[in-house]
Ligand binder design. Structure first.
Ligand code: CP
Ligand code: NVA
Length: 306
């Protein structure tokens, strides 16, 4: 039987596979913009399981799968037997006999790993507490569109040592760039959780201004991620100085970009001047979720086509 390729974390693909995916995304995006049909997945079905809220992930996967000629089934924990304690392994066995691909947004990474182990079809991580690989795929494609290769560049991460930070760090190891990390005390990245091979692809800074100095890309995320709402008040105090503002952007490289996976809270992790300013590419990032995921779904099911 053909080996099943899952996309559960950024390190599931190699630099060579990413080079293919970025080139393929550019082609698929160009065809879409020109109203040219690109339907390699006719009769194929994507099941999406959302155990947390979503706007971008839901719309980008659903619209993307239809554009590829396929169809989509949307499930939530409350609306399915998952919410009534059917084991994840049984759910995986059943769903993967009926559909060709599964996208899951859930809590612990161990849950998606367990699902994948019992799935007959590729499983894609649509966000877990630990990782958000589809977002970083879109972010790096967006960087390439605006500035060319990310290899050798510096990305400043200002904020929580969360799923986005972990995924940026994995990407840096694979694609050869450096992350300058600044997180409040107590919210650092855990190298073991991030699944890193070493420490050479990142540097830690106590002050966010220092992390931004000379960076080619400055990026941040919400102070409180989904699932951590009980810590909201504590986090609001701890993160008060981790707000990307115009001073931070001024210390970055002259043509630095600003990214945020969204949803954003203006006045918390980023000022309105920055996110709505000329260096921000957040809307391109959001749009590119759909284009990269189309290339990803095609690749997981059909392999290299060019
Ligand atoms: N960035 C992102 O994943 O957004 P949603 O939570 O809206 O899917
Ligand atoms: N870190 C955020 C990202 C949302 C897209 C969260 O997990 O809630």
């Amino acid at each position: 039987m053909k080996e099943i390729k899952h996309y559960l974390k950024f390190s599931d693909l190699s630099a060579d596979e990413y080079a293919y995916l970025f080139a393929r995304t550019a082609l698929i995006k160009k065809k879409f913009k020109a109203y040219e049909k690109h339907q390699p997945l006719v009769d194929r079905t994507l099941a999406m399981i959302f155990e947390k809220a979503s706007t971008r992930t839901r719309v980008s996967f659903e619209a993307g799968m239809y554009q590829l000629g396929g169809t989509v089934v949307n499930l939530t924990s409350e609306g399915s037997q998952l919410g009534r304690a059917e084991p994840i392994e049984d759910t995986a066995k059943v769903i993967s006999r009926m559909v060709d691909l599964v996208m899951i947004r859930t809590y612990e990474q161990s849950k998606i790993e367990a699902f994948a182990q019992h799935s007959r079809v590729p499983v894609i991580n649509g966000l877990t507490n630990e990782f958000h690989p589809c977002q970083i795929l879109a972010d790096i494609f967006t960087f390439i569109e605006h500035r060319g290769s990310i290899e050798g560049k510096t990305v400043a991460w200002v904020g929580d040592g969360n799923n986005m930070a972990n995924t940026w760090l994995q990407a840096a190891e694979i694609l050869g760039f450096t992350v300058h990390l600044s997180t409040p005390s107590g919210y650092e990245v855990d190298q073991a959780v991030a699944g890193l091979r070493g420490t050479s692809s990142y540097k830690v800074f106590n002050h966010p201004m220092d992390a931004c100095a000379g960076a080619h890309l400055v990026t941040t995320d919400v102070w409180t991620s989904m699932g951590f709402e009980a810590e909201n008040e504590e986090r609001r105090k701890a993160f008060i100085d981790w707000c990307v503002d115009e001073d931070m952007m001024a210390t970055a490289a002259k043509d630095a970009l600003f990214m945020h996976c969204l949803p954003a809270h203006r006045g918390e992790e980023v000022t309105a001047e920055v996110i709505d300013g000329p260096q921000s590419v957040v809307w391109d990032e959001a749009e590119n979720r759909m284009h990269v995921q189309k290339a990803l779904m095609e690749y997981l099911l059909l392999g290299r086509l060019a």
